[in-house]
Design a protein around this ligand. Structure first.
Ligand SMILES: Cc1cc2nc3c(=O)[nH]c(=O)nc-3n(C[C@H](O)[C@H](O)[C@H](O)COP(=O)(O)OP(=O)(O)OC[C@H]3O[C@@H](n4cnc5c(N)ncnc54)[C@H](O)[C@@H]3O)c2cc1C
Length: 437
């Protein structure tokens, strides 16, 4: 058994940012990082946008100018955490014989055969791509290995089916189409991006994808492999199902958070399978209102309760980048028996690149809210999601980089009331739309 002050499980963006945010905030204790993959930490967004044009991994340390080996005390590569157990409060502790300080509270065993006792464990275990188990020969896109396999299957022009019209599915569709492949997207919802933006605005984004065949309201019920071709069975909303064969089929159905480490914790028993790890606004794992001291979760494996935005859904790069700042401050505060400092948290932000088109979403689009769109051109617009009394909850920006800073400022303190008469006025800067400055 080896002791570490902080054990970070998972070396994706959230994991390595946790290491650096702890050091930046003055943490001097030992930090151990378990990297479950056999490559140095890398960035995932380029996998769907630059799959064929950038085969090399974009390493996070290089991209973000970080030196993780210098910041972490120990990095165990190609090492996954296997079990997580709570260490009972030191049995002999009395006023005269206090427990060791810092006291180990969690024990983690690893695939490398180590056993770590830690004062804090940070779960930054991310998520894995969803694939129905019965589907044969379906590609997914989550890891560098996934990307390498897909690239190898696309060396000559291919007919590719992409199942799932969310962000990753349509980014990949646009990229592959631009590089000579023939693309068909299948989406169960009435439009692409319906879950993310609502049907009306998902349909509008579809106009940025000409020359791609899109079947919406169509459910893929089976996928089988036969002589180098993969056959899908599609069920449209009306009429009989039909089949089609493709060279390559990619499932872009979303991701399931890695929560396996919680399965042996009795406190986690009420969590529904596949749901992210619930945490409070500082990243402390909090189940049914009970905080588990010294256990934290961040990034794609977690959902944080935000005072302004409610439960933040995982799956966004910016959340993995920024949330560790709050987490690190909370860890240091708890070690000093202090309350976490009030650190402003930026509005949720999703970005996407669909071929040449840049899209940003700030805030949380509510499907039942009113939307108002200001149009700059057929390929450039801004949609505001708001209540009937002009409380702005989200801004969707399509190909208008000059509006991103304004949208970020507008929503910096949560949903805000805006001057609804000016929303469509292309001459009014976004940052001036707030009615109560
Ligand atoms: C193809 C693709 C494109 C994307 N594009 C965008 C985009 O354009 N915009 C956007 O906002 N977001 C995008 N995202 C999402 C964004 O990349 C993620 O939100 C971000 O990478 C999450 O980082 P993370 O560190 O939480 O998780 P991950 O990057 O998944 O890292 C978690 C790490 O933990 C490891 N791990 C899991 N279990 C264990 C264990 N038991 N022990 C040790 N290690 C473990 C995993 O192997 C993994 O290496 C994209 C994601 C993908 C896959």
């Amino acid at each position: 058994m080896t002791f570490t002050d902080v054990l970070v499980v998972g070396a994706g963006l959230a994991g390595i940012r946790t290491v650096h945010c702890l050091r930046d905030a003055g943490h001097t204790g030992s930090i151990t990082l378990l990297n479950g993959e056999n490559t140095p930490p890398y960035d995932r967004p380029p996998l769907s946008k630059d799959l064929l044009t950038h085969p090399e991994a974009v390493l996070l340390d290089e991209d973000l100018a970080l030196n993780t080996p210098a910041a972490a005390t120990t990095i165990a590569h190609n090492t996954r955490a296997l079990t997580l157990t709570a260490i009972p409060v030191h049995p002999q502790a009395t006023a005269h014989h206090p427990p060791p300080h810092p006291e180990p509270r969690w024990q983690v065993t690893t695939t490398g055969g180590e056993c770590w006792d830690a004062h804090h464990v940070v779960l930054a275990t991310g998520a894995s791509a969803i694939t129905p188990p019965a589907w044969e020969s379906v590609a997914t896109l989550r890891t560098l290995d996934d990307a390498a396999r897909l690239r190898a299957a696309l060396t000559t022009p291919a007919h590719v089916a992409i199942i799932g019209g969310g962000w990753i599915g349509i980014e990949l569709a646009a990229h592959l189409h631009a590089h000579g492949h023939t693309i068909t997207i299948y989406e169960a919802a009435p439009t692409l991006l319906a879950a993310q933006l609502g049907a009306e605005h998902g349909a509008r984004i579809s106009t940025l994808l000409p020359n791609i065949t899109i079947h919406t309201s169509t459910v893929i019920t089976n996928v089988t492999h036969d002589h180098d071709r993969t056959r899908v069975t599609a069920q449209p909303p009306h009429g009989p199902s039909w089949q089609a064969s493709y060279d390559v089929v990619v499932a872009a159905l979303g991701a399931t958070p890695h929560t396996e480490l919680l399965t042996t914790l009795p406190e986690a028993a009420p969590l529904p399978p596949g749901s992210p790890i619930p945490a409070n606004n500082n990243g402390q794992v909090t189940i049914n209102g009970q905080v588990l001291p010294g256990l934290h979760a961040v990034g794609d494996c977690a959902t944080w309760a935000d005072p302004h935005w409610g439960a933040i859904t995982p799956g966004h790069w910016m959340t993995a980048l920024t949330a560790p700042t709050l987490l690190a401050a909370a860890i240091i505060a708890s070690d000093n028996n202090e309350q976490p400092p009030p650190i402003p948290r930026p509005a949720p932000h999703t970005f996407s690149r669909i071929g040449p088109h840049h899209i940003d979403v700030f805030g949380v689009p509510h499907q039942d809210h009113t939307t108002t769109t200001r149009v700059y051109s057929a390929t450039s617009w801004v949609t505001f999601y708001h209540t009937d009394d002009a409380l702005l909850t989200a801004v969707l920006i399509v190909n208008s980089p000059r509006d991103t800073a304004g949208a970020r400022k507008l929503l910096a303190h949560g949903p805000t009331h805006v001057n609804s008469a000016s929303l469509t006025d292309t001459t009014v800067p976004l940052k001036t739309l707030r009615t109560h400055p």
